[in-house]
Design a binder for this molecule. Structure first.
Ligand code: PRX
Length: 671
């Protein structure tokens, strides 16, 4: 983020107090902060009590071997039991758990907690029949249909950690994740509805399974939901491997006794981009994670029994895990689940869903809000949005204008907006206003939640004074924290815990989030975005290195450098600079061929990673700016990508390189 944006942000002085009626009846009141501060472990133990435990814990937190934390030591619990059975046993079986809205208009389906319990039990029985045992990994690659949630809960029920891959990722991305965690079974569907058409998923699974097999890992079974009924092609079904969901799950017994697992039993792995080419498998465990997800969902969204909640995230991201599946269902909420895109069949689809289902709590991402702002308020104004009482934002810094528009146009100025900061690694929201206590400032995530210790520090780890910026750190463990990177404890220690290790003043290491932040004059926090080589495009995390590796894996590319450039719609956008191999340069110089290379490279990135990683721009350049030690100076490339005057070039090995690049860019050699 530029200094200009930063100082503009900090001039923002609008402030919205919590509405009086919401404040008076809020689930969490101001006293929670001091109480949690005085004894964080007692505070988290109290929150864990909202769940149903099979065996109580003997110790709240074991932090004797940092950074490996254990929460609720010796406790035993089943996550799926807590998300479904418990509500049925307590008399809420007829309550709607999921209002499913398919993308085709009129395609809706309601599932009560009893129905959900039956389906989860059936799927658990089927997985067991397919040979899945506690500890085995199961990959899930599905559209946003109820079966996706059922699949996750069925895995949790039998103690098989799930690994959900976003349906927009390519078969290569799916294959590498399946292989890394050695998934035994894959759950998928023939396809799903996107933008008015059936879009296939099974073919990508087939490719991924074949690729994993080539690399030496054989997936044993593929369980397939029939969603679209699309033709799978002549080689689209393998009787040895593939099993239809309707032939298995829907015929299985609805009786299944959940087994209680250790609080530290792995619940799921979720891959996320880091600063290297290899995604990290973030491991979350059961008791602490569920406690953190359930408490924060209840506290931050001020959940009441009659609320209708809707989070627009995909289950392929952590937001879908913590704030669609685990938090909301552990709290027995009624929620909307929507399969499709916001503009299908018309641009007002989301607002129609809110009107139809009388949604009261709505949780989405700034990038979506900005795109609606662009379309104009006439579209949401056609619908009755008066049921809304609370709005949330997640995934990237929300710019003040988008925040104010969201509150005003969507929330009718009645609704607080909670800007929630967290990460795949944190598992739960850590910094956010509490809607009945904390005022909202457009653009600020405000303060750490009760029981959370965060700070902004300088290079030396000293807390910065109000009005200054630095690195965001977490100075105490929290229940939903990641436990490690799957199969790579060293990388776990190195990535998150080595920046601010234990020392004389700091008895245990601090968690380094990789984000920059600023404290304003009141001490409230403004998250400024990543300080490492990670980009945030439409709230999705992408690694510059991962896209660079994808580009250089193309035979025509000699070298590549990728930067995240500021983008009005998507927050940041991928901009790539590539040096072609000599043969490709000769070809590209033919009239019209240069554009083809760029097209080919964009397509290559799509197939290697997925459409979300497609560069907005690819610039073919003769050289890349490097320091004398050979490190690419991305800062200078970002200047070019953001059309700024190029900054200080004195550390460049060859300072004329930037002239060459800038000349190429202005002569139109860009996409
Ligand atoms: O840079 C921060 C940004 O998203 C990163 C985490 O990305 P991911 O693990 O994909 O999880 C996204 C959903 C939780 C963070 O390091 N980020 C997330 N929420 C916010 C945010 N930046 C500013 N404000 C937020 N509310």
């Amino acid at each position: 983020m530029s200094d200009q944006t930063l100082s503009n942000l900090l001039k923002e002085d609008r402030r919205f107090e919590p509405p009086a009626d919401l404040a008076a009846a809020a689930n969490v009141q101001e006293e929670a902060y001091a109480r949690a501060d005085a004894d964080p472990e007692a505070f988290w133990a109290e929150q864990a009590e909202r769940l149903s435990w099979d065996t109580p814990w003997s110790q709240v937190l074991d932090w004797s071997d940092p950074p490996f934390a254990k929460w609720f030591v010796d406790g035993k619990i089943n996550a799926a039991y807590n998300c479904v059975d418990r509500h049925v046993e307590e008399g809420r079986g007829d309550k709607v758990a999921i209002h499913f809205v398919g993308e085709p208009e009129g395609d809706t389906r309601d599932l009560t907690y009893s129905e959900l319990k039956d389906l989860v039990s059936q799927a658990a029985n089927t997985l067991a029949d397919l040979g899945v045992e506690a500890g085995d990994r199961v990959a899930i690659y599905m559209p946003m249909i109820p079966e996706a949630i059922v699949a996750m809960l069925a895995c949790a029920r039998i103690g098989a950690p799930h690994m959900v891959v976003f349906g927009g990722f390519s078969s290569d991305a799916l294959a590498s994740r399946i292989e890394d965690c050695q998934a035994k079974v894959v759950i998928t569907s023939d396809g799903g509805y996107r933008r008015g058409a059936a879009s296939g998923l099974k073919p990508a699974v087939d490719e991924a399974v074949a690729k994993a097999a080539e690399a030496g890992h054989q997936v044993e079974k593929v369980l397939v939901v029939k969603r679209t009924g699309q033709d799978l092609g002549p080689d689209g079904w393998n009787d040895d491997l593939d099993v239809w969901w309707h032939d298995s799950v829907e015929k299985a017994s609805t009786e299944h006794t959940p087994e209680a697992f250790d609080a530290e039993h792995p619940l799921f792995i979720m891959y996320t981009s880091g600063t290297t080419g290899k995604p990290k498998g973030i491991l979350h465990t059961t008791g602490g994670y569920l406690t953190g997800a359930a408490y924060t969902h209840w506290a931050i969204f001020d959940l009441k029994p009659d609320d209708v909640y809707w989070c627009t995230a995909d289950i392929g991201w952590i937001t879908g895990h913590s704030y669609i599946t685990y938090g909301p269902l552990a709290n027995g909420v009624t929620q909307v689940l929507y399969e499709g895109t916001p503009d299908s069949p018309e641009r007002g689809r989301w607002w129609k869903i809110i009107e139809d289902n009388k949604v009261t709590i709505f949780y989405t991402a700034p990038t979506a809000i900005r795109s609606f702002m662009k379309q104009g308020r006439e579209i949401p104004d056609q619908r009755d949005l008066s049921s809304l009482r609370l709005l949330g934002s997640v995934g990237e810094p929300i710019n003040p204008e988008a925040y104010v528009w969201y509150r005003h146009v969507i929330g009718g100025d009645r609704t607080p907006v909670v800007d929630t900061w967290w990460q795949t690694e944190t598992g739960m929201i850590l910094i956010s206003p509490l809607p009945g206590v904390t005022p909202g400032k457009p653009g600020s995530a405000m303060i750490p939640l009760p029981g959370i210790a965060a700070d902004v520090v300088n290079e030396e780890g000293e807390s910065v004074p109000d009005g200054s910026g630095g690195y965001l750190v977490l100075t105490q463990p929290w229940p939903a924290m990641l436990r490690t990177i799957w199969g790579d404890d060293e990388r776990f220690k190195d990535t998150y815990w080595s920046r601010f290790p234990a020392n004389a003043e700091r008895p245990t290491p601090w968690y380094f989030a990789g984000d920059g932040a600023k404290k304003d004059d009141d001490g409230d926090l403004w998250i400024l975005g990543r300080v490492d080589d990670v980009m945030n495009v439409s709230g999705h995390r992408l690694s510059t290195t991962e896209i660079e590796s994808a580009l250089v894996s193309h035979p025509k590319v000699a070298e590549a450098a990728v930067v995240g450039a500021k983008d009005e719609d998507t927050g940041q956008a991928v901009v790539a600079f590539v040096i072609l191999r000599d043969e490709a340069i000769a070809e590209a110089d033919e009239p019209g061929e240069g554009e083809d290379v760029v097209k080919e490279l964009r397509q290559h990135v799509r197939t290697q990673i997925g459409p979300i990683a497609t560069p907005r721009q690819i610039m073919v350049v003769p050289e890349l700016p490097k320091t004398r030690s050979g490190k690419i100076m991305r800062r200078l490339l970002r200047d070019v990508a953001e059309h700024r005057e190029v900054g200080d070039v004195t550390t460049l090995a060859d300072s004329s390189v930037m002239d060459l690049i800038s000349a190429g860019v202005s002569s139109g050699k860009e996409d």
